[in-house]
Design a protein around this ligand. Structure first.
Ligand code: PLP
Length: 369
């Protein structure tokens, strides 16, 4: 039995006609760059995120960068984030000329450990970017409390957590701004590149709207130096179609996670993901931990089961950030996770049989050791 890591085709097949119709409407209106389909999606996505405003942009990376620019993160500032995120979180900080400051994570949730925040704050700290990794919210109450006490901004990187909740509140709506990626493999994925910023701050939304479009709100009248980070019209139309199904697809992922939890429960030396008591996890990634990880991934591939690693090298050990001089041992939990994590196949349409097959083969492999 083949178990791919992710299958975008099954989901596409289930909404094929609606997508074709949505694309045709964009063609008929020739609304290709920004425009009414993006505006419509922004309205729907803001409502979904329980926020007043959403601004559609060209990628999740652009969302993070523009949110930071909009909040006036300047050269010389420091922005605290988790060491175990996708590099885009740190790149956005670096692209503002600011300095990323990493903190280690909690070994149960893989998210920023709020207990380590105070020690990372300096006079130069301007903001914190908690990342809701794998589809689970970071522990936002203590993060917000520390941020407010030190007058720091909070930008949530919700790129892996569309529809995830923290104490009943949709992620991205808790801090000063929330950033989303609609990269095709995300829980809400475009059919190309796209992203969005959500916020309740109207002034910030207007500023980001202008920044994404060459600093203009009126054509050819540029009030500031911006960039071209507009969302493409096709992506807006596709995302509007797909957003309606997101709750159902997230439920599918949650159900699959429960089946995994059951079939994997009795395997020794395998650590399963924990759904924190404050969280509604949407399982963008179902990550388990075990030693001998690389061999297990290879052996599973021989059984036609395909896994991923998110992420094999923490940011402070990446060549790109070697100038920071943070060697091995700087963030022990992050480093241990990077050595032990396996992302098992996870998507809404995965069948019970496929999950049971993964459980059986994984159990055999670990028992052999
Ligand atoms: C995917 C992702 C991004 C970047 O999004 P793109 O749309 O690929 O630019 C940023 N942060 C995290 C945590 C992500 O998973």
């Amino acid at each position: 039995m083949k178990v791919p890591f992710l299958d975008l085709k099954i989901q596409y097949e289930s909404i094929k006609e609606e997508i074709a119709q949505a694309l045709q409407e964009v063609l008929d209106k020739t609304a290709f760059a920004g425009g009414p389909f993006v505006a419509q999606f922004e309205k729907e996505f803001a409502a979904f995120c329980q926020c007043e405003y959403a601004v559609g942009v060209s990628s999740g990376t652009a969302a993070l960068w523009l949110a930071l620019l909009g909040l006036e993160i300047d050269p010389g500032d420091e922005v605290i984030t988790a060491a175990n995120t996708f590099i885009a979180t740190a790149e956005a900080i670096s692209y503002c000329g600011a300095r990323p400051v990493f903190v280690d994570v909690d070994d149960q949730t893989f998210n920023m450990d709020p207990a380590l925040l105070e020690a990372a704050i300096t006079k130069k700290t301007k903001a914190i970017i908690p990342v809701h990794l794998y589809g689970q919210a970071a522990d936002m109450d203590p993060i917000m409390e520390i941020a407010r006490a030190h007058k720091l901004l909070v930008i949530e990187d919700a790129s892996q957590a569309h529809g995830a909740e923290y104490k009943g509140q949709i992620v991205g709506s808790i801090g000063d701004a929330g950033c989303y990626s609609f990269y095709p493999g995300k829980n809400l994925g475009a059919y190309g590149e796209a992203g969005a910023i959500v916020t309740n701050n109207g002034e910030l939304a207007e500023k980001i709207r202008s920044l994404r479009d060459h600093g203009q709100l009126k054509k050819y009248y540029h009030s500031r130096i911006g960039w071209n980070s507009r969302m493409d019209g096709f992506q807006g139309a596709i995302l509007s179609v797909k957003l309606k199904y997101l709750p159902k697809w997230n439920e599918g992922r949650r159900k699959n996670a429960q089946i995994y939890n059951m079939v994997l429960a009795d395997i020794d030396r395998l650590v399963l993901p924990l759904e924190a008591e404050y969280a509604k996890h949407v399982y963008h990634i179902y990550a388990v931990r075990t030693n001998n990880r690389d061999q297990i991934i290879k052996s599973l591939a021989q059984k036609d089961i395909y896994c991923g690693i998110h992420y094999p090298v923490p940011l402070h050990l990446q060549e790109a950030y070697s100038f920071m001089g943070l060697g091995k041992g700087s963030f022990p939990v992050t480093e241990k996770c990077a050595d032990e994590i396996i992302s098992l196949p996870m998507f809404a349409e995965l069948s019970r049989e496929q999950i049971e097959y993964v459980g059986e083969e994984l159990g055999n492999l670990i028992a052999e050791k």
